[in-house]
Write a protein that binds this ligand. Sequence first.
Ligand code: COA
Length: 326
Amino acid sequence: CIWPHTFNFDLTLDNLLWMLDFVGKAKWDAWKSLGSVSQDARQQYVDLIDSLLAAEGPAVAAQPTGSAATFDTLLVSTEDNITTIRLNRPQKKNAITVEMYNEVIKALEQAGKDDSVITVITGSGDFYCSGNDLTNFTKIPEGGIEQMAKDAGELLREFVKAFIDFPKPLVAVVNGPAVGVSVTLLGLFEIVYATERATFHTPFSQLGQSPEGCSSYTFPKIMGNAKASEMLLFNKKLSAVQACAQGLVTEVFPDSSFQTEVATRLKAYAKLPRNSLALSKQLIRGTEKERLHTVNDQEVERLVERWLSDECMQAIMSFFQAKAKL
Ligand code: COA
């Protein structure tokens, strides 16, 4: 689904060759006979993705247990003045589908208005979140690949905006490894608690992409340019202890006592006066809010371009190729 404006046939030949292992020689013959007609090449890619997905079978969304029926990909609950939004696709490491993006926006909107004092984001299972669900790139709308990139950009802009504008203290309870946008957003949280098992990875250049979640602004501010570049440009994965030393994480806990120690802290914090906390947060964040919106807009604009690049397309195909080989 990721396709450059002017598709260069030679550039992607290698990719196609190994994809052929998967789709068979007949498909290659058909492809070759198309020559370098850009429109046809696009269609062929779409067909290829369709066949990969068909081979993989339908995506199975996790069924929430014991949550409000309004969310399919989240468990949302409020207790002891704490609203918890739990990403709930553990078998996919809580990768964020289009549906989940929309549901998180909705859950944040509700949490911003409810009676709770703080809002927590965490994950089900052994992962916090594996970032953007890469199958989002395979759902091509009628308007084609450009439309898909534009729609994805709009959704990401709204998603990040919901975090920038969130009026109450936000706490990330990072219960396991975190990847991509789930990491970049952390600069917009007030507290980040992590189990010692957590890791923090933003493999953007590896995927031919670029940073989002306002991290191009918040990360250098939090950890300095040198350390931010290691993460955002060179894909360095941090341990929880390293992320804490660099200021991205507030505190790290042993995995065995993580949930209980964090619950004790949060219950105490949630007894503080609601308005005082909200207004203090708004004072701290208020001065840079406009800046964050501008950064979000710029990051989204760059990503929409990246999603239509050869580099990104090849990286996405590699992901599916690796899956197909398993
Ligand atoms: N998008 C789509 N599917 C994802 C995903 C993602 N971001 N992250 C995990 N999954 C899927 C896997 O494909 C796998 O699906 P399957 O059971 O149908 O094969 C399932 O979730 C479990 O993941 P698996 O890879 O088996 O677990 P792991 O512990 O070996 O590795 C990750 C976990 C997250 C390291 C690995 O899945 C990965 O690298 N995912 C891509 C992460 C990524 O690039 N995110 C975007 C960042 S911008």
